[in-house]
Design a protein around this ligand. Structure first.
Ligand code: FAD
Length: 377
């Protein structure tokens, strides 16, 4: 039977779900976004592994302009001194259906908005009140409009305020005592790295990831640094103390425009207490970026909801929460472990880690278990 769905939040999760509903079903839906427009400027890079690319290809992501994306084949590990530790062949996870892909977040959002922008997206919409009417949910927005729907899909990010309307107790995201700094660079400067690879540069209490985001080989640089509190005004000082002290050769790179944000994660996965309400993407669980799976999991969770919808199982007994939680725990444990291993400050620990890394990246069984399980190979 035809259902009516409200999707709250026009990020990667909400827009992916919207595209699937639009392309494959007759259900009615609307995406409600609190901002006045889509954030296409803040363009940090996104890595999409095969698990998410395979899903996106069903809504024609494979037809996206090739100029705007990149398919790196190798992940190369370096020390912050820019000495190579080892490499991992990522292309072995590729198949005919999907390739490991890097691109700018704005490119992905542009692609996802294309088919739904005019008819199915409403801006400046903040929920004021929700109530249950018979079998439906009435959402009242702050601009005095409302919508009566069968399902609410909350895709409003890690700080999901939709949760506050439906859950008595909300578990707040936690600050990881780390920040991310992002720069788009036009060349690799003097660094001994390849513009065709994902370069993972490991230092004490910090690490840097550099990868191409399109065929022009513009590079996305993200630097994750441990710090006790988030103070955007002291970013330069932090970079000086953590990165440049260990390798002054990065100075020219960090003279570029830097954007920073604090890293938060969801400490505990919380189920929905309402059978008509589902959480997807970061609203379900926010991960640390150290496995590059946040967007991937947003896409996967949106696809799971779509599948339940097409099988008419969204309001029946379904195991969305159980299955999603299991999946999130796999991603979370690996993201957390990577965060721990990428930031050793002791030289001894760094050397031991590097030895393990060199050994493990060549072990097919390990790589298949550690990454294959995430990339679903
Ligand atoms: C440094 C860093 C690097 C990353 N790198 C990668 C990577 O390489 N690969 C990867 O897969 N992931 C990466 N991620 C994670 C990824 O970007 C996120 O997990 C993903 O974007 C989450 O998508 P989302 O749609 O769930 O939420 P969001 O992108 O947060 O979107 C939520 C949307 O909801 C809107 N909204 C919020 N509140 C309301 C409300 N009350 N009402 C209506 N609308 C609302 C917001 O304005 C926004 O548009 C990275 C994250 C960080 C911090």
């Amino acid at each position: 039977m035809k259902k009516k769905i409200a999707i709250i939040g026009a990020g990667i999760a909400g827009l992916t779900l919207a595209n699937f509903i639009k392309k494959f079903t007759e259900h009615e839906f609307m995406v409600y976004e609190k901002e006045e427009s889509l954030s296409l400027e803040e363009g940090y890079g996104i890595q999409l592994a095969t698990n998410s690319v395979k899903i996106l290809n069903q809504i024609n992501f494979n037809k996206i302009e090739k100029e705007k994306i990149f398919n790196p084949n190798t992940l190369v590990f370096y020390s912050l001194k820019n000495e190579k530790i080892c490499d991992l062949n990522l292309s072995k996870f590729n198949n005919v259906e999907a390739k490991y892909t890097t691109l700018q977040r704005s490119t992905l959002i542009e692609f996802l908005k294309e088919n739904i922008y005019t008819q199915h997206l409403r801006f400046g919409k903040k929920i004021k009140e929700v109530s249950e009417l018979k079998d439906k949910i009435l959402i009242k927005f702050e601009d005095n409009t409302n919508d009566l729907v069968d399902f609410v899909i909350a895709a409003d990010g890690i700080f999901s305020s939709t949760r506050s309307f439906f859950e008595k107790k909300k578990i707040e995201p936690k600050f990881k005592k780390a920040i991310a700094a992002r720069i788009i660079i036009k060349s690799k400067y003097d660094l001994n790295i390849s513009e065709d690879n994902i370069n993972l540069i490991l230092g004490g209490n910090c690490h840097i990831v550099i990868y191409p985001i399109n065929q022009k080989k513009e590079l996305n640089l993200v630097c994750i640094m441990r710090c006790k509190k988030y103070d955007p005004d002291s970013t330069k000082q932090l970079i000086q103390n953590l990165v440049l002290k260990q390798n002054p050769n990065f100075k020219n790179i960090f003279d570029n425009e830097i954007k920073t944000w604090p890293l938060y994660f969801t400490p505990k996965i919380q189920p929905s207490s309402n059978k008509k309400v589902f959480y997807i993407g970061d609203a379900f669980n926010g991960f640390l970026p150290t496995l590059a799976q946040g967007a991937g999991q947003s896409i996967e969770s949106a696809f799971e909801i779509f599948n339940l919808l097409t099988k008419d199982r969204l309001d029946k007994e379904n195991n969305y929460f159980e299955n999603r939680s299991k999946r999130a725990q796999i991603i979370r444990s690996r993201s957390n472990f990577n965060f721990f291993a990428f930031h050793f400050s002791s030289k001894v620990m760094q050397n031991i880690r590097n030895l393990f890394l060199k050994f493990l990246v060549k072990r097919r069984f390990f790589v298949k278990r550690y990454l294959g399980k995430v990339y679903k190979n």
